[in-house]
Ligand binder design. Structure first.
Ligand code: HAS
Ligand code: CU1
Length: 540
């Protein structure tokens, strides 16, 4: 179904995603080297914080949003076999988001928005940065609308038929993102932007952090969604087998959509302006949100086992060796799942209210999200790109050997970088620091880990360059690939009909509405009932 130019739109989105990724990865190398203290000549807090803010924004907002959009547009048109709901609007969303990124990049690269990717006040950026963020968010909302409308029109013409799983996942993500982004949108529009424009003098930091927490947990699942969708709908076929269970995929997507949003206070356990009972409530939700990942781990490994056994693997673990590891998506997913086990374990520690005191605001936290986001999610994004590239460009991958090398380099590089980061956290190193020029035994104990991280970052940079090289050379001079049909995995048991809640989202939106009122109602209203104090800006 390539006649509506969805491939061009998907490619445009994916190219922005991976260009941002390459720039961000190289900045990451600079940051690790700077922080290591091995090269005092390059130490500069101003440059460091400008770099780390740009790195975080490019990885967390640009790579991800454009990846989600490109993946969504292409899988929606191919799985539903229908054109985009509104092609001009979809292109508008691309351009809006891109202009937003360029505006934000200007502010970031000129050192006027060194506020980190969480942009917590009282750090204050140039208004251009916030305007850029708003445009990016509005662009992503149009994508959400496209996904929802495509599913609705498809369902209207086929009453009662199961929505293809890939599309069910896209729409779950779109709905979740509409709910989730309301928090940060309110924060930027009503607090940060007027504050940076000088319309208001002070900003209520507690309210701002609460609104950001509304978005912060769910956004990480917005990043994760395309990766999980690919595990369910593309991987089993790439591995030569079948999906173990289609309904399990739906249940996981629904749980991710509903549970991800009302649990953001696990980022605020150590903050004073929210009450313990609400934090505890969000903690229970946080433990519940691990369940869809556990379901996914089980279903995907079961699907891989089916593939391995179909290909002659025997015994308890023989099927693992029998998997087609030369398929980029299989290798990316296998390595990604391995890192997910480590990153998820760290997440459970973070989530435990009492244990969070040990790791909060330490280097452990970037260790956690590099393993799970920089590791699992990024690897599966690469796997998706390699899987889709021959379909999108009509050309085969140019050097399959280099593709596999790139994936392994990334996984090893991320382990070498992120595991020491966890140790540094346990040794008390704070996060968000540019250097540690203190001559104490504590700081001396950090040095071996810092040095190790430099090696990890070198491997990661090499891998990032190789990814770019692989994508460019394949598109420019790969062998012609006439088979551009994207085929999706078949489940072991065909899905002929489904109960309504597994084929639509109405009831889930209602549940989410009530849960959000319970989780965020009073915690937000209190700021308008109590005496609160605004903070003056700390300009960067
Ligand atoms: Fe997190 C902080 C809790 C998942 C990203 N997280 C962050 C931040 C980011 C982030 C960016 O509760 C920093 C925010 C900031 O800047 O302040 N996180 C969790 C929990 C989970 C979790 C409970 N996080 C993610 C994912 C992310 C992400 C996914 C990005 C995509 N996180 C927290 C908490 C904090 C936090 C606190 C605040 C910390 C603080 O104090 O500031 C869970 O949902 C994770 C569930 C996953 C599992 C893993 C299951 C394992 C599977 C693999 C099996 C594979 C095997 C190998 C056995 C429980 C499914 C098989 C191999 C083969 C080859 C076949
Ligand atoms: Cu979170």
């Amino acid at each position: 179904m390539n006649n509506d130019k969805a491939p061009a739109l998907a490619l445009a989105n994916l190219w922005v995603a991976f260009t941002a990724f390459l720039a961000a990865a190289l900045l990451g190398l600079y940051q690790v080297v700077e922080r290591s203290g091995l090269f005092p000549a390059i130490e500069s807090p101003a440059w460091y914080f400008a770099a780390v803010s740009t790195h975080g924004v490019l990885m967390g907002f640009v790579l991800t949003t454009f990846m989600v959009m490109g993946f969504g547009y292409y899988t929606a048109t191919t799985s539903l076999a229908q054109p985009l709901w509104n092609r001009s609007l979809a292109w508008l969303s691309f351009w809006l988001a891109l202009v937003g990124v360029l505006l934000a990049a200007y502010a970031l690269l000129t050192g006027q928005a060194s506020v980190l990717y969480t942009f917590y006040p009282p750090l204050r950026a140039h208004p251009i940065f916030y305007i850029g963020a708003v445009l990016l968010i509005v662009g992503s909302w149009i994508w959400c609308l496209e996904m929802i409308m495509m599913m609705i029109t498809w369902k209207r013409s086929r009453p009662g038929q199961p929505v293809p799983l890939v599309m069910f996942g896209n729409v779950a993500n779109a709905l979740m993102w509409l709910w989730a982004s309301a928090g940060v949108a309110a924060e930027v529009l009503f607090q940060l932007l007027p504050w940076s424009l000088g319309i208001i003098d002070t900003v209520d930091v507690g309210l701002a952090r609460t609104l950001f927490a509304w978005t912060l947990h769910a956004i990480v699942y917005f990043w994760l969604f395309p990766a999980y969708i690919a595990l369910y709908t593309l991987l089993p076929r790439a591995a030569g087998g079948r999906l173990f269970s289609d309904p399990m995929g739906r249940v996981s997507f629904i749980m991710l959509m509903v549970i991800s949003v009302p649990i953001g206070f696990h980022h605020l356990y150590m903050d004073p302006f929210q009450e313990t009972g609400f934090k505890l409530m969000h903690m229970f939700g946080t433990f519940m949100v691990a369940i869809p990942s556990l379901l996914t781990g089980f279903t995907i490994i079961a699907s891989l086992e089916i593939s391995g056994r179909l290909q002659g693997g025997t015994g308890l673990f023989g099927w693992i060796g029998a998997l087609p590891w030369r398929e980029p998506l299989v290798t990316a997913a296998g390595l990604g799942l391995l890192l997910l086990a480590g990153g998820g374990f760290g997440g459970i520690i973070n989530a435990s209210y009492a244990m969070n005191t040990l790791v909060h605001n330490t280097a452990w936290v970037p260790g956690h999200f590099h393993l799970i986001f920089g590791g699992t999610v990024a690897l599966i994004y690469f796997g998706i790109a390699y899987h889709l590239w021959p379909k999108l460009t009509g050309r085969s991958l140019r050097s399959p050997g280099l593709v596999l090398t790139q994936l392994w380099l990334w996984a090893i590089g991320m382990i070498v970088t992120a595991v020491p980061w966890h140790w540094l956290g346990l040794l008390g190193q704070p996060r968000r620091i540019s250097s540690t020029p203190y001559d104490t035994p504590l700081v001396a104990a950090w040095q071996p880990f810092e040095t190790l991280m430099v090696f990890g970052a070198l491997l990661l940079s090499l891998s990032a360059i190789l990814l770019f090289y692989n994508l460019v050379t394949s598109q420019a001079s790969g062998k012609s690939n006439p088979d551009t049909t994207l085929a999706y995995a078949e489940p072991v048991h065909a899905v002929l009909s489904l109960p309504r809640p597994l084929n639509g989202f109405v009831i889930w939106n209602w549940i989410l509405l009530f849960w959000m009122i319970a989780a965020y109602g009073y915690p937000i209203v209190q700021f308008f009932l109590l005496d609160t104090y605004g903070a003056f800006p700390w300009n960067v």
